[in-house]
Design a protein around this ligand. Structure first.
Ligand code: HEM
Length: 290
């Protein structure tokens, strides 16, 4: 399997020009193996879920707001942009030829602006740290890995708003997206855009090569991550989460079954994870998270 592409420069030296497209197939196979591996894990050793959720407490309303309309709009715009980037990057690789570069960098700028918006929104209106892995989550992850290798079933624990697996996914996607954005912006200096003409001397040959390799690695990494994300979104037992990304709310039973009310506290007022204007739910019966 080829990992890197090289080509001769004007002086006849072989220089790096990007990743080899065998990696795209490797990323697709990795996504497929993840899906199959997770399904096998569920059949063989996943914990059996208690069917009955704990008795509903008086304080929990029938519908609990999980995502504000601002968060949902951000999510779906980002998803559309990400799919546009993947299609424009990889369809030509698999033989579907079209003028992809302009659509690609425009989508790249849209993604960059969306991420800047997301950082500001998360800092000012949400609990910024609720989705990152800290020392507690690392210990929890090591414990879970240990149990996996001892072939003990994982313990089904109720969590705060974002459980370990979602935090891990968010951390990984953040890292790879920052990689693709930083390298993508540098690569824009190498193509004709609305703002400037291409400048092949903006970076040295070897630095261009490195930037293209990093962009390609992050890009194929996103292929596997997007497959895993869509797989979970359509799994029957996760559809309540997908519904909450469409409609904004989860039911009282879903809240009590999956979350620890001490770790994700509900407030009927506006304070909390999405304080201020964002707590206004599309559904008047939904109560904002604290
Ligand atoms: C899901 C995210 C992205 C993926 C999967 C992706 C993937 C790719 C791939 C595979 C290439 C071809 C690289 C090569 O030939 O070695 C490419 C080129 C490029 N990408 Fe991205 N990219 C993404 C995001 C971005 C972003 C955010 C920007 C800009 C801000 C961007 C700007 C560019 C530019 C300017 C090129 C160079 C086109 C050329 O030289 O002809 N990309 N991208």
């Amino acid at each position: 399997m080829e990992i890197l592409r090289t080509a001769p420069n004007p002086w006849g030296q072989e220089v790096l020009v990007g990743v080899a497209w065998d990696l795209l197939w490797a990323a697709l196979i990795a996504g497929f193996l993840f899906v199959v591996g997770h399904q096998l894990y569920l059949w063989i050793m996943a914990p059996k879920r208690e069917k009955s959720p704990p008795a509903a407490t008086e304080q929990v309303p029938e519908r609990v707001e999980r995502h504000s309309s601002a968060s949902r709009t951000f999510h779906w715009l980002m998803a559309a942009t990400m799919l546009t980037l993947l299609v424009t990057a990889f369809f030509p690789v698999v033989g579907v030829q079209f003028a992809w570069v302009t659509i690609h960098w425009i989508a790249g700028i849209v993604l960059t602006l969306l991420i800047i918006y997301h950082i500001i929104h998360a800092t000012t209106k949400q609990d910024f740290w609720s989705v990152w892995i800290g020392r507690k989550e690392l210990a929890q992850a090591l414990g879970a890995v240990g149990k996996f290798f001892r072939r003990q079933p994982a313990k089904e624990e109720r969590s705060g708003k974002y459980p370990l697996d979602q935090r891990a996914y968010h951390n990984a996607v953040t890292l790879v997206s920052v990689g693709v954005i930083v390298t993508g912006i540098l690569m824009m200096f190498g193509v004709d855009t609305w703002f400037w003409a291409s400048n092949p001397y903006f970076l040295s040959d070897s630095t261009w090569g490195l930037v293209f390799v990093l962009h390609g690695l992050c890009g194929v990494g996103l292929v596997t991550m997007v497959i895993a994300h869509i797989y979970f979104a359509i799994r029957p037992e996760k559809r309540w989460m997908t519904r909450s990304m469409i409609k904004g709310w989860i039911t009282r039973d879903e809240y009590l079954e999956h979350y620890d009310p001490a770790m994700w506290q509900l407030a009927s007022g506006s304070a909390g994870a999405e304080a201020g204007a964002d707590t206004a739910s599309a559904d008047p019966d939904a109560v904002a998270p604290a």
